[in-house]
Design a protein. Sequence first.
Lengths: 79, 875
Amino acid sequence: MVTKSAVKDHELVPEHVLLSVEEGVAVLKTYGIEAPQLPKIHVSDPVAKEIGAKVGDIIKVVRRSPTAKQSIFYRLVID
Amino acid sequence: MTVPKRIGKIRFGLISPQEFRKMSVVKIITADTYDDDGFPIEMGLMDPRLGVIDPGLRCRSCGGRPGECPGHFGHIDLIASVIHVGFAKLIRKLLRAVCRDCSRLMLLDKEKQMYLEQIKTLDKLGQPTDDVVNKVFAEARKHKNCPYCGAPQMEIKFERPLSYVEEGHKLTPSDIRDRFEKVPNDDIQIMGMNPDTARPEWMILTVLPVPPVTMRPSITLESGQRSEDDLTHKLVDIIRINQRFQENREAGAPQLIIEDLWELLQYHVTTFLDNTVSGVPPARHRSGRPLKTLSQRLKGKEGRFRGSLSGKRVNFSARTVISPDPNLSINEVGVPMDIAMELSVPIIVNARNKEMVKTFVKRGPDRHPGVNYITRPDQRRVKVTDKNCEEVAEQIDTGWKVDRQLTDGDIVLFNRQPSLHRMSIMSHRVKVMPYKTFRLNPSVCPPYNADFDGDEMNLHVPQTEEARAEAEILMRVQENILSPRFGGPIIGGIHDYVTGSFLLTHGYKPIDRRGAMELLKKFDIAGLPQPAGVKDGQPYWTGKQIFSAVLPKGLNLNFKADFCYNCDVCKGEDCENDAYVVIEDGQLLKGTIDAEAIGAFKGKITDRVIKEYSPTVASSFLDKMTLLALRGIMYAGFSFGIDDEDIPKAAAEQIDEVTRTARENVQKLIEAYNAGELEPLPGRTLDETLEMRIMQTLGKARDGAGSIAGRYLGLDNSGVVMAVSGARGSMLNLTQMAACVGQQSVRGERIRRGYEGRTLPHFKTGDLGAEAHGFVESSYKDGLTPTEFFFHSIGGREGLVDTAIRTSQSGYLQRRLVNALQDLEVKYDGTVQETRGMIVQFKYGEDGVDVSRRDYASPDNVKRLIKKILEKESA
């Protein structure tokens, strides 16, 4: 039997959250930037596919950090 | 204002003869430069149309004055074509790939189509096409006959440096050019070239561009004689040969002479382009110096790219040898008078400073601090001399700029290469001094990684108010005491400072009034503290009390000293070894001040002072501490000599015993191995096991010998004082000197290389014993036996090679890292962005912490905070 496991369930993969359009705009506003200035992630990225991200979406990545407990990154989904 | 231009793209290619002619302003036919009256000869190498270098003249091509006119190219028509050395290898590849008859690339149409497509896709992706192109050449060479005309391909031998031999017959450049001219455009593309910008026949020169005079200026010597640039000399040679060639050819000279001349022309053109081609003797000047031709101008460290474009030289800077001066503050630098009188700081004259500036100007340039130059409001610069200084001083008015010589208190940047971290450039205050070296406080050696074995350092004088402000706020030594690398102090006591404070503060030795005064005489202190006690009717003080004089008031601190023995149960304040430091309200109550307290890279006290008070307080603490430590070491007296490595006879016998048993144990191991009784360790072969066991035994022997020696060497030994206080050296170094050097190793193994089965002819083949594989039983003091000495040299050489390789490798790694990261910037909102505004990190380092501004997260801090607040409440 082949069990297909989700990439995002792996302990080394940080938590990815798909932001709504409003949330995305809020993020851009807090940093005073345009969407292309964000770090990028491909739509074809396994995690991006799993959470159903589309090009132009913003994904919030919550990483664990040894010094800051958690560190939040935002990524723009690109083709 | 000029509109900034943006470079869209850069395309490299070959220049065609047509293009050479098009950009040429004059055809050069005579090798002469100037006529008898000193005027440039027309159509000569210095033709006025090539540009101007003589002041006062105008360019005949563009009308520009020297400096405005960039210069213009001319050309020489070569009588016979010659090969461009830079393309010699490529020409060889091409010759082998194209048919000798029909000049088509010797691949089948199908193959051509395939390769062309591959190249096109790679180009679209912006990836290098080298691999495919090399494949094309390799495949084309395999064909014995041309697939198109059927002509048999012959083997082409390339003879260094520049001749191509086809079946014993030498190909002339013209032959090659003829072949290349016929290569169809489509085939050129398959060979990775663009036929519009790089036709293969353009690699054979028929026209030689003559560089403008602006890039080969002639210099007039004092004697009035003109001295030409190396390039001009080379061009003269080329034209002469070219002329002779033409004359001979027209006169119908024999083939042999023509060939010789052709060869000569090829030689001159080759050396004009590159004078370091292997196989070609370099063209030399009359004096025997090799000429510096085109390629030499660009290549290497002093070439145009690395020397002139990436690296530049600056004004208002100085460089000289450094030497120590413990009497200087850590943020001062001693500048030699000669340098101070040359460097200057600009002062703009205004109503308030006018009179003061006048006094400077009146001193002239020879009486420090004087003035070297003055700039009037109309930007005219006037050199101040001894003669005109009085006169100039009277003229001075608001708005004039005066270049005042460097004086005490000016802020300057001080730097030592390699500038690996930001503490490699710090700002110091000038202290003008006699003699010819820069002087600095030895405490600032660690950040610069400087020593005084001949190191040189650079000094730069900021010329604007903004630069001075930046230097003062960001770059002062005291602002850089805490390293951003690990958040601790990088500046602190080294060597004698550590030894001195150790000797002063260890134990409770009584110091009489005279001694106390002696120790404190350099300080601005009103009186001595309460004596610690009375002995023989005389009051006495302790070193701890004396040291407390330099500690800031209100400092509270507890920590383990560097020489703490790491007992199983720490007794804390009751430490018997005086290794637990207790400072209360700026009084050193217990413990010894050593490297852990004030040393560079450790410095608990420095660290606390900087965080609790300010960098300025810390800097003055360091100043005072260094002075006191030196007084301390002088008061105690300190020396280290060969007899400090002496150990008692009893100890020597014990050490002999230890090494003897070790040797016997090794022998036993070997016997067990030979008898097949040795049990292999898990995961190891029998041989590996034996090696490991032997290494273990011998390692133990060295440690045993060391601990015996250590038992006999106490704190009355100056070597031990240095090792224990963290000033210099370690106990290992001492035991190597006094007891036993130990096993020498190469790549972590015993030494095995040498002859077959043995390391040296002094041993039996297959000897696995200790001394046959580099165990040095002697101490450095006793001296090594010849075989030991040899093994020691092997081990020592490995160390040297490792350091040499490590520095070059880590240097390159650092360079790549810095180049990649240099434009990143932490913005005011804490994000890290690069120049386009792309976000790299949303919070600097994930946590937004500046390492040098944080305090170590320890419960100690909570206690201290509570104590502080409670104190405030009760007050």
